[in-house]
Structures are given as structure tokens and as C-alpha cells.
Design a protein around this ligand. Structure first.
Ligand code: MCN
Ligand code: MOS
Length: 754
């Protein structure tokens, strides 16, 4: 039978998510929903000033309150060691260690933990703790001239001579582009259970990277990585906010060790706004020079993002500046400004996203200045290779993306002038932008286990944060082993499982499909060996190169009656199961090197000889009410090149998820910081607005990718973060087209339009 006729819903095919039903029916247990015996509850206390020190902390009333077991502050300091930052080969996003001293560096800083028998008792007791501060003046905004600035030289761009070329350019534009602090706000807030038992720390923690969590917790506690286990099979979204645990987890761990009982610590939604970071605010100045006929000659660009007083987190605003177009002269610098804030962190497409906002709005401005259609302007500056790296593209089906999206959108019907399209009181605007996201790679392991009933289990420590990892790994094994993917059980998100790195940088799908594919191939060889070398096998001594796998059996090609089923082969094996552990590490890599690769990000690489990225063309229509300035997005059409899609249905879910998040970023999102005390005023989901269903119009996505084996073993490129990258710029460009008003700072709230 032709295998094409029979679908195993293998890699590359559409299929619903395997974990979907358990998640939406409430059967999936999230970290803090586990109910260990004898569990206690911890409530975090946060500072109410931004800068200074604690001069008095009165905890006695809290200690006397019903059910209270302990109140931990800097006064009875449980030791927490400084963790090593990701950039220094560790796994920490912030090196802040709570309750070690009296210093306050940001408002909402975790400064204590109250532990009681019940959550209500702990909450009540926490309200009884009185804290007095001596306050210093705080640095609240990133453009405060007193804030210390550091150059983030890793992202410097020095191509050609930008200053000289700019001087010669016939047409120039210059703009200041800004994005506010934004917050990831996943549905599942940050909440964990820590349990110290028999010299081992077990933590149920929602995690994009269990092995990173293991590293950081071991460092905090001063114990071996092997003494820490992280369990995280289901994550209710992360969007970059759950790569590693934050300080409430450190507090939970030391409290559990001190009390000898498991402890639950959940941040309230408001506490999540300062218990961890979010996307830092950015400010960019971008100058572009071009010839009259629309060739860009030079870009001069500096950017800034805020960070905390103790850690450098850079939201590289120049990540895409030198990469999208054929610009021979680019000068770009990115700086960080240290202010009184929690250390910011990743949020979907860190760097690429604000970088594209600046560049892609500037592209629109230049196109208008030149009187050239914005899409045509981009095509005139087509980069046939990566100018920044001076390397060929692996694949770049961006022209195809522009063409497909423009056609589906009806772009050729656009009239050039702003305010030239309307329907009644509604101004209509059409805008577009380019999106891109790089391909990264890290090695990983997987284990495949056949049980005696012929059922297959696939294991890896990697995470599924809502992306589809469970599903695509079943599909990967199904493709090689020729069994229905729905019959395969996948186990993920546990440090006891085979080594894997982070679900971050939109790379896990590529990393784990490769690892599972290799392991499945090793399993196939093992099945052939058992089939041909076990005396009890019906295919004993059959020619190995004449064998194939089909419908759960080893079969002699063209002789379907000569077959042995997998369950029979398991029984011929010496043990009850048949398992293979393999992956994408090179064979000579030591155990130590493998451990390092998954417990840090120091071994993450990019494809070498080629510049490998995903690409997208994003078009939107907005309607702006002429009287009120309210903006509605009416249509979103994007075409993407993410290489081979492992599952087109799930890739589309990811793309539209990114696009919806981009819509929220464009119109609604933004932390409002109180200028008096640096408190996040809108620290809840009623005031911090994100896009909801009523905001979201019809979405069209078009896949223009082709397999890219320079990028990854299985031919796919990045998906998870791509969809957000160009959205805010496309919407801002559309709003300009509708209204003639150029808004360069997000969000595009109505006060900026009337
Ligand atoms: N996929 C595909 N074909 C490819 C690549 C991916 O079909 N060539 C699909 C697969 O279903 C895969 C998913 O897209 O599971 C995401 O793959 P990938 O782009 O490799 O991203 P990761 O697995 O590394 O996931 C992390 C990524 C990031 S970095 C953020 S931020 C983000 C995102 O995924 N956070 C998310 N998408 C999210 N989606 C949900 N629901 N929740 C989050 O927190
Ligand atoms: Mo994604 S922001 O790289 O976790």
C-alpha cells in the first residue's frame, strides 16, 4: 500500500494538539494545583517604595496571628546564594536574592515571606507586617539623564561609513520611536510548590526550561544540580516570562528546607508585575538616508532600553536594523539605562520586536517622503544576502511572502495619500511591515520506549508551554516508525527525563524534532536487528536492507505477509520494554558537556555558513473613528516563511497568537509607572489591557515556506515569535495612512490621535 494513502498524522501534517483536551477540560494539573500532603502556604511581601533601605520591619503581630509558622525577612536571613546570569554561563535572568539585606532597588521588590497553614492565614498575617523605609530619590524613567548608561556592544553594527553616506543622501528622515514597559501576563500566574525531603528539592514550577530552573535553584540553595528536580508537564503560557524561576521560588525553596514541609507560593496577579520583569521600555533614534529613486544609502541608529540597578538586560533595538534590507552603510549602538525597576526579561521576540517597530515605521516614513509605495520601496532595497553577516541566506522566501500577502489583502487597490480612503465617519488605513526571526539551535536528547503491548512512549525534558511540543514529537516518531501519532504518548517537562534546553528563542521545535527523529531512526535499527537476529523472529536471518517499517511492524518490502509486529519484537527482547536513548549530541561529547549544554545557554548556536531566519510580510487594515480617534483593526493578513511546517495547524495557531499579541502591543499595552514612587499603577488585568476576542478581526495566514535543511535537520525554522514582530509597525503605518498622523510611541492610544 502506498503510505501516502494512509495517514499516521505524521510530521508535516495537520493535527489538533494532543494536550488540548486535557487542558480545556481541566484535567491538566498546573504546578500549584498539586496537593502534596502536609503542605503549607507562603505569601510574599513586597516593598512599597522604589529606592532606599528598610529601617524597621515589625513582624511580631504576624508571627502571633493564627496558623502562622514563620515570617522570613532579612532580619532572620535564610541564606540564598547569588545565581549566575544566563550571559555568564548560568541560568538566572536576575541576580537579585531576596531577604539577604535591607536594600531596596525597586518598588514591589520581594522582601519577605509569611508562611501559614492556610493561604488565607498567610495573607492576613502578611498584612500585619509593618515596614518602614528610609527612601532615596528613585530613577524612574529610562531617559532620566542621571541613569547610568552602558553600551551593549554585542549588538553594535558598523557597516561601511554611515556618517559619510548620510551626508551625501538626497532624502533623509529622522525619528524617535518608543515602546513602553510591557508585561507577559500569561493566564497561569507565577506560582510554585517547593518540597525539601531526604536532601532533595522537588519543585513544581511552570517552566519553559526545567534544566535552567534546576541550575538556578541548585545555586540559590548551594546544593548539587542532581539534588533538584523540576516537574512542569503543563504550563499555562509563558511568552518569555517563565524561562527560569524568580525570587518567590527562592523564598519557597529556603522556607521548605527550613520548615521541612512542602510549601505553595503563588504571586497574586499584581505581584507578578514586579516579582519579575517584562519587556523593558525602549527608545530609539533612527535616521535614514536614501537616493531620490528609493535606494537606502545609510542608517544611523541608537537605541536604549531600561534595566535594573543590579543586572544588565538588553532589549537589543538593533537586532533587525542591519538585516532586512540592502543597506551598505549602517551605524548602530544599543545602550541600557539602569533605573529603579525589577530586572526586565524576555517577552515574545525580545529585541526583534521593538527593533522592527523602529525600522519598519521608518521605512514607511521614507516611502511616503519619496512618494513610493511602501511595498515597492522594500522591494527596491531587497537584500540578496545578509549584509550584516556578509553571508548567504539559507532560504528567504520573503518576496513570495510579500506577493502572496499583498494579493490576498488586495494591496494594489491602495491609494497612496493619507486620509484618502474612508467609509462614512471612518477613516480607512492600510499598512504593512516585514517580520523576521532568527534560527537558533541547541542539542538535545530523547528516549523512545516500546511497551510489550506495542505502545510507544516518547520522552524529553523539553517544555510544551501551549505551543504543540507534545503533538509534533508524537508526529516525528510516527513519521519514522509508521504508527498513528495519536497512539503515541509523549512525556515532557521533567528534569528526570532526557536532556533538553529551553523553549525560548523559537527553537525548541527544531531542536526536539531533530532529537526525536534521530532517536526514532536508532529505534528502527534496533527493530531491524531484533527482527533479523532473534531466533524466535519470523524474519530471522532475513536480509536487513530489504526491510521497511509499516503499520506497526517490520515488513519485508513487497512481501507484506512477511512481517513481525513491534509488540512481538518487544517480547523477543530480553527485558519488558524496548528503549533507545539518543539525540543530536555528537557521539564524542562527554556527559559534562551535555549537561552544560542544557543547563546553560552557552552552547546555543546559529547555523554557520548561512544566515538562517524566518520571514514574514504583514498587512493590516485599520478603521479610525474621525471624531473619537478610536482605532479598530479590521483585517490582518500575513504570509510567513518558517521553512517546513511540522504541523501547519499548530504553526498557524502560533502565528496568529503572535499577531494578536502584536495587536495588543500596538493599541493597548503599556505599564503606567507612578512618577512619585515608581509603582506600576495598572498592575492587573482590568487596567493593563491586552487584546481580547472583541478586538480581533478576521486573520488570514499564508504559508510560503519550503524545507530549509541548512537551518535545521528537519527543515523547519522559527515559528513561535515570528507573528508579533512586524504587527505594531504595520498597525502604526496603517493608522498614519488613515489619519495622516504618525505615532512613533506605543501604544497608539486615542489621546495621540485627536
Ligand atoms: N512549529 C511548526 N513548524 C515549525 C516550527 C514550529 O509547526 N517549523 C509549531 C509547533 O507546533 C511548535 C510551535 O510551532 O510546537 C513552536 O515552535 P518554535 O517556534 O520552535 O518555538 P518553541 O517551541 O521554542 O516555543 C517557544 C516560543 C516562544 S520563544 C515564545 S516567547 C512563545 C511561543 O513559543 N510563548 C508561547 N509561543 C507561545 N505559545 C503559547 N501558547 N504560549 C506561550 O507562552
Ligand atoms: Mo521567548 S520570549 O524566547 O521565551
Amino acid at each position: 500500500m502506498d503510505t501516502a494513502e494512509k495517514s499516521y498524522q505524521a510530521l508535516g501534517e495537520k493535527r489538533e494538539r494532543g494536550d488540548g483536551t486535557v487542558k480545556v477540560t481541566g484535567q491538566a494539573t498546573y504546578a500549584v494545583e498539586h496537593q502534596p500532603e502536609n503542605v503549607v502556604h507562603g505569601v510574599v511581601i513586597q516593598s512599597t517604595v522604589a529606592s532606599g533601605r528598610i529601617i524597621r520591619m515589625e513582624t511580631e503581630k504576624a508571627r502571633q496571628a493564627p496558623g502562622v509558622l514563620a515570617v522570613y525577612t532579612h532580619l532572620n536571613s535564610l541564606k540564598i546564594n547569588k545565581p549566575t546570569r544566563i550571559a555568564d554561563g548560568g541560568a538566572a535572568q536576575s541576580t537579585y536574592t531576596p531577604i539577604q539585606d535591607e536594600r531596596i532597588i525597586h518598588n514591589g521588590q520581594n522582601i519577605g515571606l509569611v508562611v501559614a497553614e492556610t493561604f488565607e492565614q498567610a495573607t492576613w498575617a502578611a498584612s500585619l507586617v509593618e515596614t518602614e523605609y528610609e527612601t532615596d530619590e528613585a530613577l524612574i524613567y529610562p531617559d532620566d539623564p542621571r541613569a547610568e548608561r552602558k553600551e551593549n556592544s554585542a549588538t553594535n553594527i558598523d557597516l561601511g561609513d554611515a556618517h559619510q553616506a548620510m551626508a551625501q543622501a538626497e532624502v533623509k528622515i529622522k525619528g524617535r520611536y518608543a515602546t513602553p514597559r510591557e508585561y507577559n501576563v500569561p493566564m497561569e500566574p507565577h506560582a510554585c510548590i517547593a518540597s525539601w525531603q531526604d536532601e532533595k528539592m522537588t519543585v513544581w514550577e511552570p517552566s519553559q526550561w526545567v534544566m535552567g530552573a534546576q541550575t538556578e535553584i541548585a545555586e540559590w540553595l548551594g546544593i548539587d544540580v542532581g539534588q533538584v528536580r523540576i516537574i512542569s508537564p503543563y504550563v499555562g503560557g509563558g511568552f518569555g516570562s517563565k524561562p527560569v524561576p524568580y525570587t518567590h521560588v527562592a523564598l519557597a525553596c529556603v522556607a521548605s528546607r527550613a520548615l521541612g514541609r512542602p510549601i505553595k507560593v503563588s504571586l497574586t496577579r499584581p505581584q507578578t508585575f514586579t516579582g519579575l520583569g517584562g519587556r523593558p521600555a525602549t527608545i530609539q533614534n533612527l535616521e535614514m538616508g536614501a537616493t531620490r529613486d528609493g535606494k537606502i544609502l545609510a542608517i544611523i541608529h541608537d537605541g536604549l532600553s531600561d534595566t535594573s540597578l543590579i543586572d544588565t538586560f538588553a532589549e537589543g533595538t538593533n537586532k533587525v536594523t542591519g538585516r532586512l534590507y540592502a543597506v551598505p552603510n549602517v551605524y548602530s549602538r544599543h545602550y541600557v539605562a539602569a533605573i529603579n525597576t525589577v530586572t526586565p526579561g524576555w517577552m515574545r521576540a525580545p529585541g526583534e520586536n521593538p527593533s522592527a517597530f523602529g525600522l519598519e515605521v521608518a521605512m514607511d516614513e521614507m516611502a511616503c517622503e519619496l512618494g513610493i509605495d511602501p511595498l515597492e520601496f522594500r522591494l527596491r532595497n531587497w537584500a540578496d544576502h545578509d549584509y550584516q553577516l556578509n553571508a548567504p541566506w539559507s532560504t528567504r522566501r520573503l518576496k513570495e511572502a510579500y506577493a502572496a500577502a499583498a494579493e490576498a489583502f488586495g494591496w494594489e487597490k491602495r491609494s497612496m495619500a493619507p486620509r484618502s480612503m474612508r467609509e462614512g465617519r471612518e477613516l480607512i488605513g492600510w499598512g504593512m511591515a516585514t517580520a523576521t526571526y532568527p534560527v537558533s539551535r541547541s542539542p538535545a536528547e530523547a528516549k523512545l520506549i516500546f511497551h510489550s503491548d506495542g505502545s510507544l512512549v516518547v520522552q524529553s525534558a523539553g517544555a510544551d508551554i501551549g505551543t504543540g511540543t507534545y503533538t509534533i514529537l508524537a508526529q516525528t516518531a510516527a513519521e519514522v516508525l509508521q504508527i498513528p501519532s495519536r497512539s503515541i504518548r509523549v512525556e515532557l517537562g521533567d528534569t528526570d527525563l532526557p536532556r533538553a534546553g529551553v523553549a525560548g528563542g523559537s527553537q525548541l521545535a527544531g531542536n526536539l524534532t531533530a532529537a526525536v527523529h534521530k532517536t526514532a531512526e536508532a529505534m528502527r535499527e534496533k527493530l531491524f536487528t531484533l527482527a533479523t537476529e532473534s531466533p524466535g523472529s519470523p524474519l530471522f536471518q532475513a536480509a536487513r536492507d530489504g526491510l521497511v517499517l509499516r503499520d506497526g511492524a517490520v515488513v519485508v518490502k513487497n512481501q507484506p505477509e512477511r512481517a513481525v509486529r513491534y509488540d512481538q519484537l518487544v517480547k523477543l527482547n530480553d527485558s519488558l520494554t524496548l528503549s533507545v536513548l539518543s539525540g543530536t549530541f555528537s557521539q564524542d561529547e562527554s556527559e559534562e558537556d551535555r549537561d552544560e549544554a542544557v543547563h546553560s545557554m552557552s552552547k546555543m548556536t546559529r547555523p554557520e555558513a548561512f544566515s538562517a531566519h524566518s520571514w514574514g510580510a504583514q498587512f493590516v487594515e485599520v478603521r479610525v473613528d474621525e471624531d473619537f480617534g478610536t482605532v479598530r483593526v479590521k483585517r490582518m493578513v500575513s504570509a510567513f516563511d518558517s521553512g517546513r511546517l511540522y504541523n501547519p495547524q499548530l504553526a498557524r495557531s502560533q502565528w496568529i497568537g503572535g499577531m494578536v499579541m502584536g495587536l495588543g502591543q500596538a493599541l493597548l499595552e503599556g505599564g503606567v509607572i507612578d512618577p512619585r514612587n515608581a509603582r506600576v499603577i495598572n498592575n492587573n488585568l482590568a487596567d493593563y489591557l491586552i487584546a481580547v476576542n472583541a478586538d480581533v478581526p478576521e486573520i488570514v495566514t499564508i504559508d510560503v515556506g519550503e524545507p530549509d535543511h541548512h537551518a535545521t535537520l528537519m527543515g523547519g525554522k522559527a515559528v513561535g515569535e515570528l507573528g508579533i514582530v512586524g504587527m505594531a509597525a504595520a498597525i502604526s503605518n496603517a493608522v498614519y495612512h488613515a489619519t495622516g498622523k504618525r505615532v512613533r510611541d506605543l501604544p497608539l492610544s486615542l489621546d495621540k490621535l485627536i
